[in-house]
Design a protein around this ligand. Structure first.
Ligand code: ARG
Length: 459
């Protein structure tokens, strides 16, 4: 039987199937580098504070370095009998350098150790996610620059409402992502603090220096309360919550890409790389990647709700329940990174069917507001103008034509305020270009917004 590192007070060893249930090594092995990094800082501090002798520190550090190299080369082997990454590494250290390896855990507990590992892990991942958000934003800006004057139908209730610049539509997502970026940066402040040195829950009798280990590990500060340090997972929840909002944004955009690439809309073509065919229907080209991102949003929400639920009934301080914080987090990190990368590729390679769009925006009543505004500008109360134009739209529908098809006499009949210039006013381009209020879709505003977007990217 394998003797546990904590086996002193036990009379028998749990059977392997029970160990299997309790172990986290299957998934927390991905924290191996963070775990060793944390241990290196801890043992350096033990030396500096005179808790361990210099030669002991040197032996332990050399051992840890060897294990780190092996870990990087994928040469470490793990066992469920040693439960988790922390005990697996400690066991291997002792096997490698002898009993002195057992001194590493002086003044430390797995409770502050695991919290440290996850803080380090999430810090690195947030960095990568921030970069990926930026890459997607750049792809959006690039597309936007090419489509300032490309006009698409704007919708409310998924009914044609008012035409907008396609660049304006792309930039809407740019700004959503900008807020996602800011939220991740904000969460980073609470991720980058050190729980190390909190011990199991109450601190330690050894004269440790928490500020020093925090500095060695590049943390911006330390948790002020040892109970809090080992037992809250709010920083992961905050990350998952930000990740959920981000995925929600991507998912909405996916829904649009899926709609837009259908024959019914036919606004875009998704590049072959990001589409798949059907095993039976030869004509099919399915927007699989967009659908998958929309679908995968569910698992990120799941991770958020999972962890909120894990935490809600747990008393201070550490509880084994907290081991359940990791799988959802790992999965969410992988999902968010993958989704951002695929999305950027999809946007970069997107084909916009400008010819189709040009015809599309002529074939609807989304210029009706323009006509009502026209009458209102000429002094008719807007409510009355709305009624007059509403009647004109109904007249068109019954006649099977659009507003631009009516003769000037038909217009005069509806209201003598109408003049020849309405035909210019009703052009989709005119409709869009005149919406020049701050943040509107008018071309001048969109150009300004593009400049602001590029500036945000540089900051
Ligand atoms: N594998 C554990 C976790 O992920 C590490 C901490 C275990 N601490 C303990 N007292 N059992 O939470």
């Amino acid at each position: 039987c394998v003797k546990k590192l904590w086996g002193g007070r036990f009379q028998k060893t749990a059977e392997e199937w029970v160990d299997e249930f309790g172990a986290s090594i299957h998934f927390d092995k991905q924290l191996v580098e963070e775990d060793i990094q944390g241990s290196l800082a801890h043992v350096t501090m033990l030396g500096k504070c005179g808790i361990l002798k210099n030669d002991e520190v040197e032996q332990i550090k050399a051992g840890l370095q060897t294990l780190l190299e092996k870990a990087k080369n994928g040469e470490l082997e793990y066992s469920v009998r040693y439960e988790d990454i922390h005990l697996n590494i400690e066991k291997q250290l002792i096997d490698l350098i002898g009993p002195v390896g057992g001194k590493l855990h002086t003044g430390r507990s797995r409770n502050d150790q695991v919290a440290t590992d996850v803080h380090l892990y999430l810090r690195n991942q947030v960095h990568e996610i921030l970069e990926s958000i930026r890459a997607l934003q750049k792809a959006l800006v690039k597309q936007a620059e090419q489509h300032i004057e490309t006009i698409i139908p704007g919708y409310t209730h998924l009914q044609r409402a008012q035409p907008v610049s396609l660049a304006h539509h792309f930039l809407a997502y740019f700004w959503m992502l900008e807020r996602d970026y800011q939220r991740m940066q904000e969460a980073y402040k609470r991720i980058n603090i050190s729980p190390l040195g909190a011990g199991a829950l109450a601190g330690t009798t050894f004269p440790i220096d928490r500020e020093y280990t925090a500095k060695l590990l590049g943390f911006d500060g330390v948790y002020q309360n040892s109970l809090d340090a080992v037992s809250d997972r709010d920083y992961i929840i905050e990350f998952l919550s930000n990740a959920s909002i981000l995925m929600m944004h991507l998912s909405r955009f996916c829904e649009e890409l899926i709609l837009w690439s259908s024959s019914e809309f036919n606004f875009i073509e998704i590049d072959d790389t990001f589409a798949t065919g059907s095993s039976i229907m030869p004509q099919k080209k399915n927007p699989d990647m967009a659908e998958l991102i929309r679908g995968k949003t569910g698992r990120v929400y799941g991770a958020l709700f999972g962890l909120l639920t894990v935490m809600k009934g747990t008393p201070l301080a550490y509880n084994k329940d907290f081991q359940e914080d990791k799988e959802g987090m790992f999965d969410a990190v992988k999902t968010v990174k993958g989704s951002l990368q695929i999305f950027a590729g999809m946007i970069e390679t997107l084909t916009i069917k400008t010819d189709v769009l040009e015809q599309t925006v002529k074939a609807d009543f989304s210029n009706a507001t323009e006509l009502a505004d026209y009458l209102a500008t000429k002094g008719m109360p807007f409510r009355e103008a709305h009624e007059v134009v509403g009647k004109l739209v109904l007249y068109c529908i019954q006649k099977g034509v659009f507003l631009l098809d009516l003769t000037i006499d038909e217009y005069k009949e509806a209201s003598p305020l109408f003049e020849e210039d309405i035909y210019e006013v009703l052009q989709p381009k005119t409709v869009v270009s005149r919406r020049n209020s701050l943040g509107g879709t008018g071309f001048e505003q969109v150009k300004l917004a593009l400049e602001k977007a590029k500036k945000a990217l540089d900051e």
